[in-house]
Design a protein around this ligand. Sequence first.
Ligand SMILES: [Fe+2]
Ligand SMILES: [Fe+2]
Length: 381
Amino acid sequence: MANASDTIPNLTPSMIPVTPSGAAVATSASSGSATGLNAAKLPPEGYTELARRMTKPAKVGPEGIETLDGSVLPVTYTWDYASKRVDLRALYEKSKDLMWNARVDIDWSVDVDPERENSPDQANPIYGTDIWNKLDPKTEIPRLRHHMGSYILSNFLHGEQGALLATAQIVNSAPTPDAKFYAAAQVFDEARHVEVYDRYLREKFELVYPISPYLKQLLDTILTDSRWDFKYLGMQIMVEGVALGAFGFVHQTSTEPLIRQITEFIMKDEARHVAFGVLSLKDMYKDMPEKELRDREDFILESSQLLRDRFLGQEVWERVGLPKKECEELSEKSEMMSLFRKLLFSKIVPNVKKLGLLTPYVRKGFERLDVIEYENWEASA
Ligand SMILES: [Fe+2]
Ligand SMILES: [Fe+2]
């Protein structure tokens, strides 16, 4: 029997037909077009040059890679490919039709001044305090805007990478072809989300913050837990639930047209991602033994705490030379911040309830966080 390597030639760069501009072209004989690609989307300089432009690192930003040990997620084949979950297959079909291309569908020519009041200064957790009033409005306030904007968007960026990794794990472990397909579509969505936030921060802000230690701790937990439902519960229900609230806030309050456009595209994808989590976990917790259920309840409350503490601006105060402890305390007390932090739970609470996880134990926790009022808001699926 011929082995695959006898019949399939190794593909080398010289074997890929290239246009004069350097763009690789498709060679499908049946496509009927010269390229088989959408001509309107072809970059004039070619794909290689285009990719080369993306090698410029952030002026200021984190570097390097990090390998997480301890993930022992089971890998599952499904040998029967007929649809088992019509709801997830429908979501997959919808997802394909709504795909967008970050390079051509977003207007990257928009000029962004990161020091301008792109979102109202009132949203800054120390706005109106003595510390704020002493800042120089010509130099120090614009600098603080730049840093605070970068801090928030950088955590969006890193959170998107977490979603990319967690959803790739779902592709591996999900037990139906429909969940694998949908998760694969989400993987591609998340790659675009990482792409746009990274490009926005590197090109327009030239400043990227490292991930907040609270968000990092939560992502590490989600990515290393071997129980498959923790991926959905942690990522689709908690992190993406919070993201929807946060993106909504940015979209409503920002006057900067590029970030508004980006957020609008991403929010549409995220709404489907959260729905995927709710549909996938439906009925999961009905008959779960008490001890196992307690693990999920604790996880919901601990991750709520971590997500709530993300936006205290801890890293920013130090970087811009303001008293860290004092600013953190002011952030804790800020009326605007407490409104914002509450808003972050407007999707989580109804979705947790829909999954049957708003048990007396979780309810008490949500009451402590002062977010129980969202329990009757609309769930995501
Ligand atoms: Fe995302
Ligand atoms: Fe997502």
